[in-house]
Design a binder for this molecule. Structure first.
Ligand code: ADP
Ligand code: MG
Length: 258
């Protein structure tokens, strides 16, 4: 099978700071990749290069067999195939849920309203928000807004979805409802690159874990093998930080300092 996405020797600099160092990564159609790594290691930059929000400086980046690192690339066109959802939802506050979702399909893709509307309603039902179609973003919880942001992206019929820490800004009780939507997409065969700090979710959803450190991919492995036997010392240290939270000793309170 030929790869849907291919990063090959990808370099990215911010000034003299090299934040991606000859990154190689191939993603097959239907594959779910979870990118892990310490803060600042380049995870967001990797995703942002793929939909043209950042410009890579060297190497190759192919999508569906086409080279994207080309001055002729029409990123507006490419972004219709590559949906991206961020930590903040960026819904338009003055527009209803439905109008937010239909903006891209109608204005960018110039699709017929009835057809786009039918798809929007179907997607809203899929994420459990059919009754919110006429609500405004401010009337929704963070978890509901994030699910709408996902629907808005899906309604463009992307070939791949990128998720960059989409639950990081949510209250804990809303994290699950958003992660369940992504799990559902994985089961439906959507190709995805996911950056997350939710380790149990990463283990459940990923076909492959990609571990990055300081702009390089240090390992790419099956989730079982990554979480049970990380190959690199950096990955071991990274995972220890997460397991520490679970095994954190009960704090003894010194009453005299209260
Ligand atoms: P991660 O998502 O893994 O936390 P990022 O991709 O956001 O990491 O950042 C990688 C590195 O690039 C960091 O050192 C960060 O400070 C730097 N960086 C990210 N965005 C910019 C920018 N717009 N200008 C300058 N440096 C940036
Ligand atoms: Mg980031």
């Amino acid at each position: 099978m030929s790869a849907l996405i291919e990063f090959q020797g990808l370099d990215k600099f911010f000034g003299s700071n090299q934040v991606l160092k000859a990154v190689d990564l191939s993603v097959q159609p239907g594959e779910v990749i979870v990118v892990l790594g310490p803060s600042g290691c380049g995870k967001s930059t990797l995703l942002r290069c793929l939909n043209g929000l950042e410009q890579a400086h060297g190497g190759h980046l192919r999508f569906a067999g086409r080279e994207l690192l080309d001055s002729k690339t029409d990123w507006r066109q490419v972004r219709q195939d590559i949906g991206m959802v961020f930590q903040s939802y960026h819904l338009f506050p003055h527009m209803t849920v439905l109008d937010n979702i239909l903006l891209g399909p109608l204005k960018v893709q110039r699709r017929a309203r009835a057809e786009a509307l039918a798809q929007a309603e179907q997607l809203l039902a899929r994420v459990g928000l059919a009754d919110k179609r006429d609500a405004f973003p401010r009337q929704l919880s963070g978890g509901q807004q994030q699910r709408i942001a996902i629907v808005r992206s899906l309604c463009m019929n992307p070939k791949v979805m990128l998720f960059d820490e989409v639950t990081a800004a949510l209250d804990p009780e809303m994290v699950k409802e958003v992660l369940e939507v992504i799990l559902d997409l994985a089961q439906g065969g959507m190709t995805m690159l996911i950056v997350t700090h939710e380790m149990a979710f990463a283990k459940a959803v990923a076909d492959r874990i990609v571990f990055m450190d300081a702009g390089s991919i240090l390992e790419q492995s099956h989730p079982e093998s990554f979480f049970n036997h990380p190959a690199s010392a950096r990955a071991q240290q990274f995972l220890e930080k997460f397991s520490y939270v679970e095994t954190m000793p009960k704090k003894t309170v010194n009453k005299e300092t209260l």
